[in-house]
Structures are given as structure tokens and as C-alpha cells.
Write a protein that binds this ligand. Structure first.
Ligand code: 5GP
Length: 189
């Protein structure tokens, strides 16, 4: 494990229910702050149209994912809506050692694991304006089956209850406003 030396990069983590718009917010943040290094996760989920292996995710089958887990190659991992997701350990440690700010965009169970391995990391929770708006966004995306949508909504209720575990929370209503708040929380503004 990487020592949390004062000259090492800082670890930031963003969590929020599926459909809350974390992806859009993170892309906008990275565009304005290219010094931030975003971790690319491994997943057993099938690629959505337009998703590139190695860029959006490392797409693995269950067997390959289990090998990674057994080797200790993941910093954290969790099952979400029927698929496994995990953060490759080595690149995160390399970037932190190199002094670069590192950003993880992961779900609640993973955030909890990272909280115990990197207690000095800063964890931010992204909230929707309302549950109804969240459901509208998930359905509007049109990429998931009805079964996957129900599982994501069920999980969203659990995640929304965990807000108080986080160092900070912000509502993603308007992208520019949410981005400005995120920059302030990350001391980038
Ligand atoms: P999606 O299938 O919509 O891309 O992602 C589903 C959920 O998995 C999202 O909440 C996303 O933040 C989370 N996720 C993505 N990568 C990881 C990861 O490496 N670890 C964990 N624990 N969750 C992840």
C-alpha cells in the first residue's frame, strides 16, 4: 500500500446513484483540470454502445475478474446491479506516488472499502434534485433493460441513505453550478 505522505497526490472519490450524472460532471471536471488522473475501472458489464475497452472500462469476463480479485490486483471491488466493478490497484498507487491528484468514480460499497484503506481521501456524494428526476434520467438514457432499471433504482434508494457518510455532498441540478461547487470542494476553484 502507498504511504500517505504529505507530498503524495491526493485521492478524491465521487459516489452517487446511477443516473445522477456523475459521468458528465467528471468529464467536465477533467476537461478543465487535466492534471487530475481518473482511474479506469474493470467491469464484467457488457460495453454500452460507444464505450471503448481501456478507455471507459476494462471489460473482463467473470473468470478474468475473479483472477484479478484473487491476485489482490483490485484496490476495491463490488457487485452492482448484477455485474462486478473494481479499481485496478497498481495505476492508482503509481499516480499517487507521482504526486498526481487521483479521482475514483465508484459506487457505495467500493467507497466504503476505500475509506478504510485511504482514510485521508476526500469522498464526495452527488445527489439528484429528487428521486423522480433520477428515475426519469435512468429511463431516458434508454440503454438498460427494465430489469436493470429496477435494480439500479432499488440500489439508488440505498445509496441516497448513505449521504451522511461522505465528507461532502452536492446536488447535480445544473451542470455549471454543480461543477463550480465540485471545484470548490476539491480546492480547484
Ligand atoms: P455503470 O454500469 O452505469 O457504468 O456503473 C454502475 C455503477 O458502478 C456506478 O455507480 C459506478 O460509479 C460504479 N462503478 C464504476 N466503476 C467502479 C469500480 O471500479 N468500483 C466500484 N465499486 N464501483 C464502480
Amino acid at each position: 500500500m502507498v504511504a500517505e505522505a504529505s507530498d503524495a497526490g491526493r485521492l478524491f472519490l465521487i459516489t452517487g446513484p446511477s443516473g445522477v450524472g456523475k459521468g458528465t460532471l467528471v468529464s467536465a471536471l477533467l476537461q478543465r483540470h487535466p492534471q487530475i488522473w481518473l482511474s479506469v475501472s474493470a467491469t464484467t458489464r457488457a460495453p454500452r454502445s460507444g464505450e471503448q475497452d481501456g478507455q471507459h472500462y476494462f471489460f473482463l469476463d467473470r473468470g478474468a475478474f475473479e483472477v484479478k480479485v484473487a491476485e489482490g490486483g483490485l484496490l476495491e471491488w463490488a457487485e452492482f446491479a448484477g455485474n462486478c466493478y473494481g479499481t485496478p490497484r497498481e495505476p492508482v498507487e503509481q499516480q499517487l506516488t507521482a504526486g498526481r491528484p487521483v479521482l475514483l468514480e465508484i459506487e457505495l460499497e467500493g467507497a466504503r472499502q476505500v475509506r478504510s484503506s485511504f482514510p485521508s481521501g476526500f469522498q464526495i456524494f452527488i445527489k439528484p434534485p429528487s428521486f423522480e428526476e433520477l428515475e426519469r434520467r435512468i429511463r431516458g438514457r434508454g440503454t438498460d433493460s427494465e430489469d436493470a432499471i429496477s435494480r439500479r433504482l432499488e440500489r439508488a434508494r440505498v445509496e441516497l441513505e448513505a449521504e451522511s457518510e461522505f465528507d461532502a455532498a452536492l446536488v447535480n441540478d445544473d451542470l455549471d453550478r454543480a461543477l463550480a461547487e465540485l471545484e470548490q470542494l476539491m480546492a480547484l476553484a
